[in-house]
Structure formats: C-alpha cells, structure tokens
Design a protein around this ligand. Structure first.
Ligand code: SF4
Length: 285
C-alpha cells in the first residue's frame, strides 16, 4: 500500500510506503507483491503501472484525478513537436500516461533544475506547471524555456497576502514553500522544495515552520513532531479535493475487493510513457 503525503495522516500512517509520487512508483518496483494499492490520484497510479507492468495496480477511488495532469492534450503536444522538432519537451511527472507518451523527458519537482540543466537541448518546452517552470527558468538562465499557462489550481491560488497574513500571525516561524506556488510567493520563502524536501527541512529545522503546500503535509508533521509547531498557510485554500477522495473506508473496501479501480494501460502506451521516465533516470533523476 502506497500513500502520497497529501493523503489524510491516518492513511499515510497505515501505508507501507509514503512520499512523493515518483518515489512511490520507484518503491513499488522493489516489492514482490502481486497487487498494489496506490492512495493518490490517477496519474500516480498510472506511473506505478508504467514502472511495474507485472503488478495489478488499484486506486481506491478511480475518480480521483489531478487537474494539472490533464491540462494539456497529447494532441496539442504532438502538434507542437511536429512544428518544433528541435525543442525538447519536458514534462513534470504530474502528467497522464497519454501526455507522457508525447514527451521527451520527465522531471519531478525535486529534480527539475538538475535535469533541465543537463539536457543537451537549449530550447525546452516545460509543461504543464508554469510556476514550477518559472522557478526552473530562474535557476537555469542559460536555457530557453518555453512555458504554457498551466499549473496546480491548489498551489496556484496562493497569494502574497496569504503569506503576509501567516507571517504576521507567526512572526518567529520560517516558511517552506512548494515551487508549484506562484513565483512572487516563492520569493518569500526561507526554503523552496518538493514535498519530500519540505518534510526534511521541517524535521531538521530548530524553528517552527509555516507550510505552503497541501494540508496533509502540515497535519502529518504536527502529529509526528509535537515538540515543534507547524502552521498551515492558507488552510482554507490548501486542500486538494481529489487527494481527499480516498478514505480509510474506501481503502478497506478495496482490500476486500468491493471497491476500487484497477489501472489498465495499453502496452504500446505504457512503453511510450516509460520512455521519458527512462530519460529522466538516465539524467540522474
Ligand atoms: S495538489 Fe495540485 S498537483 Fe497535486 S494532485 Fe492536487 S491538483 Fe494535482
């Protein structure tokens, strides 16, 4: 049982493995279980299946999708590639299998800068998250990074005022921000990083920390590190509804075979979607 860190902490705590989406897909390859339950959203379960085709992969709630992963159609990217054959198409791992299949290389939020820097191509289309893309663009000014307007509706809704409100309520606390947040918000961070990076930063920090990512992360930290205080930035905004569709009950019913959806991927599509993931791994991602 794999659980993304944005799940309810009660789910994270009963999972065999918890973490970022790509770390979970890699972890699944190391287990010899025939069946895997992925508690997260659809692109995460697809990525598990792409890397472990011999396993039967289930989602407790098949309708849990990621709004960002489906923002651009594979046809649009295919057409762009036909018109711009020299541009490398770089996809955040938060994309559907069908979209990955049209891309050259994947990245995660923690490896994006390193991989974009290492790409031979100078011209790069970075999809779907233009906030993460802007962050990468600033860190890798030597590349020409083309962005399309897309991104996470949850992280993308955060404003400078939200940060100022949290800072004035907790002036002693540091602030850790996910790079899916808008660039003007990221500029106010003491630490910018992916979920796993935020968790490490919070575990090591001597200070209390304001958390600017999905609420599940802050809830989990407060449960497990009661000696420190972690404050959720904009708690009313930082809830991914799709991530919260999975419940202990839906997991239990999936274990009993009474609920859940098995992920089935056409083999040709799976192989095509694995290609950019293999490219990412070849670049050390
Ligand atoms: S938080 Fe944003 S990127 Fe993550 S699953 Fe929800 S919509 Fe997608």
């Amino acid at each position: 049982m794999l659980a993304h860190t944005y799940m309810n902490p009660a789910i994270v705590d009963i999972a065999d493995v918890s973490g970022d989406s790509f770390a979970l897909s890699k972890a699944a390859t190391k287990y010899d279980n025939e069946k895997v339950i992925m508690c997260g959203v659809r692109f995460m379960a697809e990525t598990v299946k792409i890397l472990s085709p011999e396993k039967r992969v289930y989602m407790p709630v098949g309708s849990a999708t990621c709004a960002m992963a489906e923002q651009f159609s594979p046809e649009k990217v295919k057409e762009f590639k036909e018109q711009n054959p020299d541009v490398c198409v770089c996809a955040y791992i938060n994309t559907t299998a069908a979209l990955k299949a049209q891309c050259d290389v994947c990245v995660t939020s923690s490896t994006a800068v390193k991989i974009v820097k290492a790409l031979e191509a100078k011209d790069i289309l970075f999809i779907p998250d233009c906030n993460l893309g802007t962050f990468v663009k600033e860190q890798v000014p030597e590349k020409n990074i083309i962005l399309w307007k897309g991104g996470c509706p949850v992280h993308g809704s955060i404003t400078v005022d939200d940060v100022l409100t949290a800072k004035s309520a907790h002036p002693h606390a540091k602030i850790a921000i996910h790079p899916e947040c808008p660039p003007e918000v990221c500029k106010m961070a003491d630490y910018i990083g992916a979920t796993s990076g935020i968790l490490d930063y919070c575990k090591q920090s001597d200070d209390d920390v304001i958390i600017a990512t999905e609420k599940g992360v802050c809830d989990w930290l407060n449960l497990h590190y009661p000696q420190k205080d972690f404050y959720q930035l904009a708690p009313e905004k930082f809830i991914c509804r799709d991530m919260k569709l999975t419940t202990l009950e839906s997991i239990y019913k999936t274990l009993l075979g009474e609920a859940g959806e098995e992920i089935i991927l056409d083999e040709e599509l799976r192989i095509a979607a694995k290609r950019p993931i293999d490219a990412m791994l070849a670049y050390g991602g």
